[in-house]
Design a protein around this ligand. Structure first.
Ligand SMILES: [Zn+2]
Length: 136
């Protein structure tokens, strides 16, 4: 590993002023590499200073409920986006049942194919409208 790689690990191990939990390979490298040892010391010093200078923000009591509400609101697009599929499935099932119940077999097959094609076209149109409504 290069010094650059060790220094990336040193940065990843910083944790708000707590002593970094370096692996054995990093500790061994710091023992023989003055550049990385200085880098580690400077980074630890900066990290400690920042941790002391910047108070940890306290979240208001409303933060968690507001976040949960926002997450719930973002789940709705899944339902909205699957609307064309539900329209297709529902209308296809309905027309198949009506055709099977009301018509002789050759007419039922023809009607079923025609209505399936129609619902497919409606599904595509609704899907296009929904994509347009979502915007870029
Ligand atoms: Zn080094």
């Amino acid at each position: 590993m290069t010094c650059e790689h060790f220094q990336e690990i040193i940065l990843e191990n910083l944790d708000g002023g707590a002593p970094p939990a370096h692996s054995d390979s990093v500790i061994a490298h710091l023992a023989v590499c003055g550049d990385c040892a200085r880098f580690d010391a400077v980074q630890r010093s900066l990290d400690r200073s920042l941790a002391e200078a910047l108070p940890v923000p306290r979240l208001s009591d409303q933060f968690a409920p507001a976040l949960k509400k926002k997450i719930r609101a973002e789940r709705l697009p899944w339902l909205w986006n699957s609307l064309p599929d539900w329209i297709h499935l529902g209308s296809g099932t309905l027309t198949t049942l009506i055709a099977a119940w009301a018509l002789p077999a050759p007419f039922a097959i023809g009607l079923g194919l025609g209505l399936t094609a129609t619902t497919w076209a409606v599904q595509m149109a609704v899907g296009a409208l929904l994509e347009e409504a979502d915007g870029p």
